[in-house]
Design a protein around this ligand. Structure first.
Ligand code: GLU
Length: 445
């Protein structure tokens, strides 16, 4: 009853925020057994506090285009939860950004970050600015204007942004440069995903994708199965897709697809060797059109379609939210999928996830599977604090350990509540237990 009441209140108080409500609903449904076992949570209004961001900033971002015209965008930062550490989470620059999207991402980030076992709270921010087709100078002026507002709300012990869709190393550098100039101090721990020369961490660019595969390896290992020889169907073409493809090839798997906003590429020979590096060029190119890959390597581009119609063993959506509904989940099951891992945040509807699980697919949820990116961000913060940098091997080993712990803790949590090998419920419960316990002990705040 408590959960139902909170869900009802949350939808009444956050009208039209469908993504946010979708993620809250899925989460609260999963943690039901924990709530039932802890009546004191209701007395402490724990869930009511958990679904309300601690703080939300919204601000105007004016910037000058190359054509001399003034443009105005909406900028945001959602500081969702600081129970277990300073606010941490990426910035998304995309025309699809609004408060609803950032609240769902901030809510998810809170629990993803708790799962990493590192001391970071949850946040998300961004702007409805679309970097596609903008000149370098426009991107720089935009980033400077965005940071001229954001700097008031962030700091190395307060809130530490990073990248997400539309924000990569180039944007991070412009953002950091402006923060440094305004504050007049060299606090490189204020943002992560930096370049190597000014406090970035080795392996950070690869971390989200590598993390998905390290997590997948634990899952397959648990099923007495191996990555080697498996066929992978992927969506997206950005940072997460690239990192996944690099590691899949290293572990002996084959990737047959990538996708963009207007269709997907099917490469039956596998995306490997030089083709993987070409993805970096594709991302840097202003058109960001995946068809260029098909033209260059002589394979097929399926316009207006998604790769879920392909056959494979392992499916990894790495593009954006809700790219899989029930009809696409059906295709995935029919394609022979055994494992499904979320490289993107909430890439499927709640009904699609249920369909996959009911049809025997093992689902590795985003909070667990793609936590490698933010985990290495937290390791970047550690290195900035001690003013030192670790080797590739050191960071990579820590990442592998973290992904193993995320898997093991999820399994342990699900088993404790007799839920079997349910990695979705297990991850949500393991993360919730940490955040809930800490919120109760920190008092009513
Ligand atoms: N945007 C990434 C995520 O969704 C990384 C966030 C970070 O490194 O702070 O987890």
């Amino acid at each position: 009853m408590y959960i139902e009441r909170v869900l009802e209140e949350t939808s009444r108080r956050n009208p039209h925020e469908d993504y946010f409500l979708q993620s809250v609903k899925k989460f609260l449904d999963s943690v039901r057994p924990v709530i039932d076992a802890h009546p004191e949570y209701e007395a402490n209004a724990l869930l009511e506090r958990l679904v309300e961001p601690e703080r939300v900033f919204q601000f105007r971002v004016p910037w000058l285009g190359d054509d001399g015209k003034v443009h105005v965008n909406k900028g945001y930062r959602v500081q969702f939860n600081s129970a277990i550490g300073p606010y941490k989470g990426g910035l998304r620059f995309s025309s699809s950004v609004n408060l609803d999207v950032l609240k769902f991402l901030g809510f998810e980030q809170t629990f993803k970050n708790a799962l990493t076992t590192l001391p970071i709270g949850g946040a998300k921010g961004g702007c409805d600015f679309d970097p596609h087709g903008k000149s370098d100078n426009e991107i720089m002026r935009f980033c400077q204007s965005y940071m001229t507002e954001l700097y008031r709300y962030i700091g190395p012990s307060l809130d530490i942004p990073a990248g997400d869709i539309g924000v990569s190393e180039k944007e991070i550098a412009y953002l950091f440069g402006q923060y440094k100039r305004i504050k007049g101090v060299y606090e490189n721990g204020v943002i992560t995903g930096k370049g190597i020369n000014y406090g970035g961490s080795l392996i950070r660019p690869e971390a989200a994708g590598y993390g998905v595969l390290y997590y997948a390896r634990e899952v397959l290992n648990h099923q007495k199965d191996v990555i080697q020889g498996k066929t992978f169907v992927l969506s997206g073409y950005g940072n997460v897709t690239w990192g996944c493809i690099k590691k899949i090839n290293e572990l002996g798997g084959k990737v047959i697809s990538i996708s963009g906003h207007n269709g997907y590429v099917y490469d039956p020979d596998g995306i490997c060797g030089d083709k993987v590096n070409y993805l970096l060029e594709l991302r840097a190119n202003k058109n960001r059109d995946v068809k260029m890959y098909a033209d260059k390597y002589g394979c097929k581009f399926f316009e207006g379609r998604k790769p879920w119609e392909l056959k494979g063993d392992i499916y990894i959506p790495c593009a954006t939210q809700n790219e899989i509904d029930v009809s696409e989940a059906k295709m995935i099951v029919e394609g022979g999928c055994k494992y499904y891992f979320e490289g993107a945040n909430m890439p499927a509807t709640n009904e699609a996830i249920e369909y996959l699980q009911q049809n025997g697919v093992i689902v590795g949820p985003a909070k667990a599977a793609n936590a490698g990116g933010v985990a290495v961000s937290a390791l970047e913060m550690s290195q900035n604090s001690i003013r030192y940098s670790w080797t590739k091997e050191e960071v990579d080993n820590k990442l592998q350990e973290i992904m193993k712990k995320i898997h093991d803790e999820s399994v342990e949590a699900a088993e404790r509540y007799n839920l079997g090998y349910d990695l979705v419920k297990g991850a949500n419960i393991a993360a919730f237990e940490k955040v809930a316990k800490t919120m109760i002990s920190e008092g009513v705040i």
